[in-house]
Structures are given as C-alpha cells and as structure tokens.
Design a protein around this ligand. Structure first.
Ligand SMILES: [Zn+2]
Length: 86
C-alpha cells in the first residue's frame, strides 16, 4: 500500500542507469503525490527498473511499470517483457 518515503527527495536512493538487478527489499518508487516534502510511493515490492523522462530510473512493481510504459513514455531498463519471470 502507498506510504511516505522515509527520507527527503534529495536523499532517496534510486537505481543507476546500468543496474542489472533489483534488490530483494526494493520498493516501487512510483509516485502518488507529495506530503510534507516527502513523496508518497506505491511501495509494492519492486520487480523492474523503468526510466521515465527524468534524470534517474525508478524501481517499480509490474503494474506501475506497465502503466508508465503505456502512458508516460517509460522504458524498461530491467525486467521488461515476460521472459524473466518474477
Ligand atoms: Zn507500484
């Protein structure tokens, strides 16, 4: 369920452009809004890495990734398609 980031936006750990795996404890970083200077995140277990029109990629769960790729010009950096399972 959505939750607030523990840290301010400038301290959030995003994946790198060349990351080759999603940490087991990574949470979906798709944004639901902002409260008190903190992002509200989807926070489901992250399965993929998606690049938006932004300066860093995001860890995302599959539903958020599919939405962002379909509607926001997102591109899979890791985990796109059905071949990798998980
Ligand atoms: Zn999500």
């Amino acid at each position: 369920m959505p939750k607030l980031d523990d840290v301010p936006p400038d301290q959030v750990k995003y994946p790198g452009w060349n990351d080759t795996k999603v940490p087991e404890d990574a949470e979906c970083q798709d944004t639901r809004g902002m409260v008190g200077g903190r992002y509200i995140r989807c926070a489901n277990p992250a399965k993929v890495i998606v690049a938006l029109d932004d300066d860093h990629p995001y860890y995302m769960c599959r539903p958020c990734a599919q939405f962002n790729v379909a509607n926001r010009g997102g591109k899979y950096l890791l985990g796109g398609g059905a071949s990798r399972g998980g």
